[in-house]
Design a binder for this molecule. Structure first.
Ligand code: BGC
Length: 783
């Protein structure tokens, strides 16, 4: 009897232990089996805004990361730790200070996404994001909510600076390099915002209505490339609807396309908002609700109980969550240091930044020669904009401005001008902060200080004491609001125009030069004034070392080698999407529809654009439109000058039996200083079949630094799938047989060599007929 009792007790113990397995890398199914419905629902819902809520139920204060965007919820009984997720993308966004300690937790302000894409240097992007990922790991974060890779459909999207390009191929390649870099540290990313999240106005509700060809070729392509080439741990579904369904709740998007077609095997998390429809999100394959609210747990439990979520679906999502968790440093018990090597990362960023600068104009004024003293104008020269506002704003310890950069390069900055600007900036900032209105959106970060009014007599006096005038023009934008096609944003203000003209007149009259530096997050109007200065350096918003890198580039310590990842049009209304983009809409996130309804035609049009946006331009985005329509631009996609010149020779294109194309070309530095060149490969398809752009970017390469006279032969391969266009009628990617041409370009409008190739066999890749708009969107025609 006693024996029997002991045996039963032992058995019960075993069952109890079995029913309560602790999570290990190899027992995920056991853990799923052991979880209660409540625990499963809990695992699919984040711990609330920030990292201090759910985490604090169990975690000790050292494991909490102040300022992180969110967490997953721990389940101690099963050894499932909380994990921490934080923004991105220009570095890690956490709070720099914490209560109860004097220690600081600053992160490096890296160049924003647009700057990374402007480098066209994928190994460099990977190197930078490897350092970024190290900060993620050393500050105890498991997933960086980045990269942002929505397409630059329209230059006024407030978050374009976080994103890469108007071209999906360049976006996808940059994103893949970014992901590889961050994830090489053993932490994850969340590529966002999936998908077609192309505007900030009404970003939570807007329905992006897009025909499937444009959707697949443009808005999904970058994500597809990144998923196929870099295995991101997570994807963030966006706030908006896509063809009538919230992306978070779209099974077609999150399961059929993302997982079944592209092979994604990580988790999908929502963007930060609690939407009704949690059940639909779970069923769509959206594994994690972020930031996570208790009512979402209740909705999941109710959904399983009433059968609207199947046990199988629930377990699938839960298992994927466990697969994610066992990958994290938190799960491995990694002892993070809170001490990444910020100095080394700053040096890395400083050295890399000028690769993302685009030299737009130069009549020989740059690099500066024989300059001892600079008249440095522009609020941005002293209050340099390192990156945009909103969740993409990194809390960095400092931002180097252009004045510091000149001093570091041994050049004096006129002290009177500097003092005047510094006082003006301090006063204006206080005023701006005190008067910040709702229209500024989620303003995490400082607004730009507008330009001062400066008299001609002052400029004349200063001319006599200085060797050159440099004028920095700054713009900023960010989450929660789109930019405006208005003076002070898209166009220059009267003050800025006046200053450029007066500086040019006064300095030119005395045989001296005027240089303009553009410290901007996105495209602005340049056609009406670009001929006035002697040189224009587009520095973007390139991170905390920006001012040093600008001075390096202006003085020739660095040779800028970036090229534009988007087109600079002549006029805003030249852009096809401008007719279906809610430009000049005031109000950002919070929208007063009723107030809008009373307005005139343009106002009614805006109501349409904020409830839904017809992507009526179809595939005619950026250079695809401008190059095909032959419409003049201010600066074409892919454009950028150097302090040296390059010659292209010996173009060779070969194609193997499988249809793989190998293109080579030799680039020679024909100028007098060292430099790097980006070679862009545009391919035109055989005539007939689908209407196509005149050519599309299908490959690129950047040379190493070439000394004067030195050459490099670059090789680029293009597989037949990359050449495919999407045929809506057959629901297939199709690469027709026939005669193709490779155009080797220094930009999309500067083709230096061409070479033909022939594909003997057509190829096609059928995909699911999904994500269709309720009604086909009526598109403009270009050809
Ligand atoms: C943004 C995301 C961000 C998240 C967490 C959202 O409002 O759209 O890009 O990752 O907040 O901060």
């Amino acid at each position: 009897m006693k024996k029997f009792f002991l045996l039963t007790a032992a058995l019960l113990c075993t069952v109890a232990v079995f029913a309560q397995p602790k999570l290990k890398r190899n027992n995920l199914d056991d853990v799923v089996k052991a979880m209660t419905l409540e625990e499963k629902a809990t695992l699919l819902v984040g711990g609330g805004w920030g990292s201090m809520t759910a985490g604090s139920m169990t975690a000790s204060s050292e494991t909490l990361v102040s300022g992180a965007a969110g967490t997953t919820r721990p389940i101690e009984r099963l050894g499932i730790p909380m994990t921490v997720v934080a923004d991105g993308p220009a570095g890690l966004r956490i709070n720099p200070t914490r209560q109860g300690t004097d220690k600081t937790f600053y992160c490096t302000g890296f160049p924003v996404g647009t700057v990374l894409a402007s480098t066209w240097n994928m190994p460099l992007v990977e190197k930078l994001t490897t350092a970024m990922g190290n900060e993620v790991k050393e500050y105890g974060v498991d997933v960086l909510l980045a990269p942002g890779q929505n397409l630059h459909r329209n230059p006024l999207c407030g978050r374009n600076f976080e994103y890469f390009s108007e071209d999906p191929f360049l976006s996808g390649k940059t994103s893949a390099a970014y992901v590889r870099g961050v994830q090489s540290n053993g932490v994850g990313v969340s590529i966002k915002h999936f998908a077609a999240n192309s505007q900030e106005v009404n970003r939570q509700q807007n329905d992006s209505r897009i025909n499937v060809r444009a959707l697949r070729e443009l808005y999904l392509k970058g994500f597809e490339i990144a998923v196929r080439e870099s295995d991101p741990w997570t994807v963030m579904s966006s706030y908006n609807k896509l063809n009538g369904t919230f992306t978070q709740q779209s099974h077609e998007l999150l399961t059929t396309v993302l997982r079944d077609e592209w092979g994604f095997n990580g988790i999908v998390m929502t963007d930060w908002g609690n939407k009704e429809g949690t059940v639909a999100a779970v069923n769509a394959g959206n594994d994690l609700m972020e930031p996570g609210m208790d009512n979402e747990i209740q909705r999941i439990i109710a959904g399983v109980k009433d059968g609207s979520i199947s046990q199988e679906q629930l377990d699938l999502n839960v298992r994927r969550m466990l697969e994610y968790i066992v990958r994290t440093p938190r799960f491995a018990g990694y002892k993070f240091s809170n001490k990444p090597d910020l100095k080394a990362h700053a040096e890395l960023v400083h050295a890399a930044t000028a690769e993302g600068f685009v030299l737009l104009e130069n009549n020989g004024a740059l690099p500066l020669k024989d300059v001892k003293k600079v008249a440095l104008y522009g609020t941005g020269s002293y209050d340099f904009i390192a990156g945009g506002t909103g969740s993409g704003n990194v809390n960095k310890a400092y931002v180097r401005n252009v004045a510091e950069g000149f001093k570091a390069n041994g050049i004096e900055v006129d002290a009177d001008i500097q003092r005047w600007y510094e006082q003006f900036i301090a006063l204006k900032k206080t005023e701006l902060r005190n008067n910040a209105e709702g229209g500024l959106g989620i303003l995490l970060g400082d607004p730009v200080v507008p330009e001062m009014t400066i008299s001609r007599s002052f400029i004349e006096r200063k001319q006599a004491q200085t060797d050159v005038a440099v004028f920095t023009i700054s713009r900023n934008a960010g989450e929660g609001d789109d930019r405006k096609a208005a003076d002070g944003d898209w166009t220059l203000t009267g003050n800025e125009r006046e200053l450029i003209q007066t500086l040019a007149d006064v300095y030119h009259a005395n045989g001296k030069k005027l240089i303009v530096v553009l410290n901007i997050g996105g495209v602005i109007e340049t056609a009406s004034w670009k001929h006035i200065p002697d040189a224009i350096l587009l520095a973007w918003t390139p991170g905390q070392e920006g001012g040093l890198a600008v001075a390096d580039a202006l003085t020739g310590v660095a040779n800028p080698s970036g090229k534009l990842p988007m087109t600079f049009p002549i006029s805003y209304l030249d852009i096809p999407s401008s007719y279906n983009f809610p430009f000049n809409y005031k109000g950002g996130n919070s929208i007063d529809l009723a107030a809008l309804m009373g307005g005139g035609n343009r106002r009614r049009q805006m109501v349409k654009d904020i409830d839904y946006t017809n992507y009526a331009e179809g595939i005619w985005v950026g250079y695809r439109y401008f190059a095909t329509a032959g419409k003049p631009v201010s600066y074409p996609f892919g454009y950028g000058l150097s302090y040296t010149t390059f010659a292209y020779s010996k173009p060779v294109v070969k194609v193997d039996k499988s249809g793989k194309v190998t293109a080579t070309i030799t680039v020679t530095n024909t100028g007098s200083v060292a430099g790097k060149e980006v070679v862009e490969l545009y391919v035109s398809a055989p005539d007939g079949g689908l209407v196509k752009p005149v050519y599309e970017l299908k490959g690129f390469a950047k040379t190493k630094e070439l000394k004067p006279g030195a050459s490099e032969t670059v090789t680029v391969t293009i597989d037949p799938y990359t050449l495919a266009s999407f045929n809506e009628a057959t629901s297939a990617w199709e690469t027709p047989a026939g005669n193709y041409t490779v155009h080797f370009g220094a930009s999309s409008a500067d083709i230096r060599a061409t070479a033909p190739f022939k594909l003997a066999k057509p190829q096609s890749w059928p995909v699911h007929k999904v994500l269709l708009p309720a009604e086909p969107v009526k598109e403009i025609s270009v050809k």
